[in-house]
Design a protein around this ligand. Structure first.
Ligand code: NAP
Ligand code: ZN
Ligand code: ZN
Length: 346
């Protein structure tokens, strides 16, 4: 067994606090990773606070994990001691269903095992990356290319792949007008990635406070959604809207910004339902869709893409005792643009 220092929650209403966890002994296909950095995703907050349903406590969140391989099981072939590696939102899946066989493990029909809060095959509950070590089966560990700094790579494991996958699927590229709603962790990655793919990118943010950043990250236009004129001026403009907002929105108002055949893809995951009118969809053959993270092969593809275009996340590295404060700043949209925990402080 491998003990690890960690930060976790003991209930939906308690702040995160230092705890010690024990990881399983290495099986033949397991990799022990010394975690170096872990990003803080808004999903960590939804989850530990029970907004997406009851959780098993104590719970250590964190699914934007990067580190160095410290030990490998006897049959591990994909990774070696000393490798720079990453782990995202899932750590296993059934591997036999149709999505798994198509490399879309995130849509496993038998439920992929999430990085934290999921029952693992051995009956224990998975624990995430706000920890000094994790043990993960080798097929769910990806390589972090040397061209990306480890701290800037951490957020790619969730925010990066969650935006890369729909941008690719819905064809973001030259000649396509893409709007990104919400300039937070996911949103800023969506801007960087869509720009690198050659699309024309617009940011739709609550205010113009972060406009300079949005334009620097690759957007060519930036509008405030608090200004009703925005929705009049941009009506029918976009081929693709990627909604990264963690709270409910007036979906109809955003659908009206889509061109004929345009798609609004929702990756933001507030727990509340949202109303949607049919006629604006029907009369312009528009789509409203959802998407979650990406498969393991696609995650590696995204990391290699980021290495090629020299893309990392914009980060604020924090020590462990700032985790609870950073949660409050994320909830206040005061994040530029991802908090990343330095795990040496755990
Ligand atoms: P984040 O850093 O907090 O960014 C969310 C952004 O949404 C904020 O920065 C803010 O941008 C905007 N926003 C927040 N509250 C709003 C409100 N009431 N009205 C309008 N805009 C608001 O969060 P994140 O880590 O990027 O995650 C965003 C969402 O995606 C969360 O719900 C998370 O659980 C979900 N998520 C889903 C997946 C998936 O697989 N589908 C993966 C990861 C995360 P502005 O200040 O620019 O307005
Ligand atoms: Zn996440
Ligand atoms: Zn499966």
């Amino acid at each position: 067994m491998y003990p690890a220092h960690a930060y976790g929650a003991t209930s939906a209403t308690s702040p995160l606090e230092p705890i010690t966890i024990k990881h399983r002994a290495l099986g033949p296909n397991d990799v022990l990773i010394d975690v170096k950095f872990c990003g803080i995703c808004h999903s960590d907050i939804h989850t530990v606070r029970g907004e997406w349903g009851p959780q098993p406590y104590p719970l250590v969140p964190g699914h934007e994990i990067v580190g160095i391989v410290a030990e490998t099981g006897s049959a591990v072939a994909r990774h070696s001691v000393g490798d720079r590696v990453g782990v995202g939102c899932m750590v296993n899946s059934c591997r036999t269903c149709t999505p798994c066989r198509a490399g879309q493990e995130q849509y496993c029909e038998n439920d992929c095992i999430l990085t934290y809060g999921s029952p693992d095959r051995d009956g224990t509950i998975t624990q995430g990356g706000y920890a000094t070590r994790v043990v993960v089966t080798e097929d769910f560990v990806v390589n972090v290319p040397d061209a990306i700094r480890l701290d800037e790579a951490a957020p790619l494991l969730c925010a990066g792949i969650t935006t890369y996958s729909p941008l690719r699927r819905w064809g973001a590229g030259p000649g396509k007008k893409v709007a990104v709603v919400g300039l937070g962790g996911l949103g800023h990655m969506a801007v960087k990635l869509a720009h690198a793919m050659g699309a024309e990118v617009t940011v739709l943010s609550q205010s113009l406070k972060k406009m300079d950043d949005g334009l620097r990250l690759g957007a060519t236009a930036y509008h405030a959604t608090s200004d009703p004129d925005t929705f009049i001026r941009l009506a029918g403009s976009f081929d693709l809207i990627v909604n990264t907002v963690s709270a409910p929105l007036d979906l109809d108002a955003y659908v009206a910004l889509l061109a004929l055949d345009g798609a609004m893809v929702n990756v933001g995951a507030p727990p509340q339902p949202m109303a949607l009118s049919m006629f604006p969809l029907i009369m312009r053959r528009r789509t409203v869709a959802g998407s979650t993270i990406g498969g393991i092969a696609e995650t590696q593809e995204m990391l290699d893409f980021c290495a090629r275009y020299r893309i990392g996340a914009e980060i604020e590295v924090i020590s462990a005792e700032k985790i609870n404060e950073s949660y409050e700043r994320i909830l206040a949209s005061d994040v530029r643009y991802r908090f990343v925990i330095d795990t040496t402080t755990l």
